[in-house]
Design a protein around this ligand. Structure first.
Ligand SMILES: *Cc1c(COP(=O)(O)O)cnc(C)c1O
Length: 405
């Protein structure tokens, strides 16, 4: 089973909502509260006896809901919920699973190469709440299995890990989770459209919509895709982690993202095309580049079997420099030559570059970074799709020759 027989573009397209006067796009429903014609209906809504009524915008909002439908369509999910940030999506999901599965505590197994903020949440916040966390090389299934205890409730990984770009075997992890009654949570931020983890057996998918789904680096947002039951549990008035911690999505942002979802597929293909072009050129010149679309990538075969070929291999590539100083010098030259911008984050229409060890992975202690092979000289690129490929390559090559030789 793979996800290639699913057409996220078609599914997203077929979600259509109209403006009140027949506009081709929906209006933004900004109301924070809704009227009830019969006070009894309000009581029944609070009691959970009446479904489908809008009550209060922290609970649910029509515009946030239709954005959720687009995310659900992309992931082949029953339901999805927009939230205030990618970190809100992660922390609320983890909270909710532990709460749904028992007393709010237990054990979580996480990939040792995850986004720095996720690492810090797992390392510093969860243990203080009484949750045990183990980090593991997620591509080593035997090592994962060894860590499982009767308390284990969650296995957490990123489809393509940040920043090392190793691909986890979602299907095998899902099989393991099913037999042990563990929830598999996958952060799919790097690979929207390209991969549908729920269709491979995952239970919950997380997105930082700040990245590709926005595409314009103009706001912070997140989303959670899962079963109807799980999404409903997040907004339960008595026990929902989104409802009660409160990191909801603003309807104005939901509206922006709703519109942008329609061209996410085209944008992903364009990012991938430019990234593959540059990665191949770097490889031809003998540069130490890591990119899932290159044959020497350790999980290239797995990537080809589970990902949609039409969206390519994504926009992220990394280049190994000899030292942090060399990486900084190269990035500075590239910024001066208008190859890209030295900034954290990813998924922007223009190329963004950063030294992971000293920025988005700086939460991971140096010792740990050494163990997982994240060197100080690693320069991460989120390749943009703007500009002419040959021109961008010439700029890159001339900077590389000047700085590194
Ligand atoms: C950025 C990012 C996050 C956090 O998302 P925010 O929207 O910044 O809260 C989580 N996971 C990955 C893989 C990311 O790149």
């Amino acid at each position: 089973m793979n996800t290639q027989n699913y057409h996220p573009d078609q599914a997203i397209r077929d979600i259509q909502h109209f403006g009140e006067e027949g506009g081709v796009v929906p209006v933004i429903d900004v109301a924070s509260t809704s009227t009830f014609l019969d006070p009894k209906d309000m009581e029944r809504t609070f009691m959970g006896e009446l479904q489908g009524c809008y009550l209060y915008s922290r609970h649910s909002n029509p515009t946030v809901n239709i954005f959720g439908k687009k995310i659900a369509a992309m992931e082949g999910a029953e339901a999805a919920l927009g939230v205030a940030s990618g970190m809100a999506a992660i922390s609320c999901t983890i909270d909710q699973i532990f709460r749904n599965e028992g007393n709010g505590q237990g054990h979580l197994i996480a990939s040792q190469t995850v986004y720095g903020g996720t690492y810090a949440l797992f390392k510093n916040i969860l243990p203080a709440k009484g949750i045990k966390v183990s980090f593991v090389e997620i591509t080593d299934l035997k090592a994962v299995e060894k860590l499982i205890t009767p308390e284990t409730k969650i296995i957490y990984a990123e489809t393509l890990s940040n920043p090392l770009l190793s691909m986890c075997d979602i299907q095998s992890l899902a099989k393991l989770c099913k037999t042990k009654k563990i929830k598999l949570v996958i952060d799919n931020t790097f690979t929207p459209m390209m991969c549908q983890p729920l269709r491979l057996g995952a239970d919950v998918v997380i997105h930082s919509c700040t990245k590709y789904i926005s595409g314009s680096s103009d706001f912070i947002a997140g989303a959670i895709a899962a079963s109807n039951e799980f999404i409903a549990s997040l907004i339960d008035v008595n026990t929902g982690s989104v409802m009660l911690n409160g990191p909801v999505m603003d309807p104005r942002i939901a509206h922006e993202l709703y519109l942008r979802m329609d061209h996410l597929g085209v944008r992903m293909s364009a990012h991938s095309q430019m990234a593959l072009f540059l990665a191949k050129r770097m490889k031809e010149k003998g540069l130490p580049v890591i990119y899932p679309g290159l044959e020497n990538h350790p999980q290239h075969v797995l990537v080809n079997t589970v990902m949609h070929s039409q969206y390519g291999y994504g926009g992220i590539l990394t280049l190994e420099c000899k030292s942090a100083a060399e990486a900084r010098d190269l990035a500075t030259a590239l910024q001066n030559e208008k190859f890209g911008l030295y900034a954290v984050s990813l998924g922007f229409s223009r190329t963004l570059m950063s030294c992971s060890a000293k920025s988005t992975s700086s939460e991971i202690p140096e010792e740990e970074r050494k163990k997982i092979g994240l060197s100080e000289g690693l320069l991460r690129f989120s390749i943009g799709f703007t500009g002419d490929a040959e021109t961008m390559w010439k700029r890159f090559e001339s900077c590389y020759k000047t700085v590194i030789g």
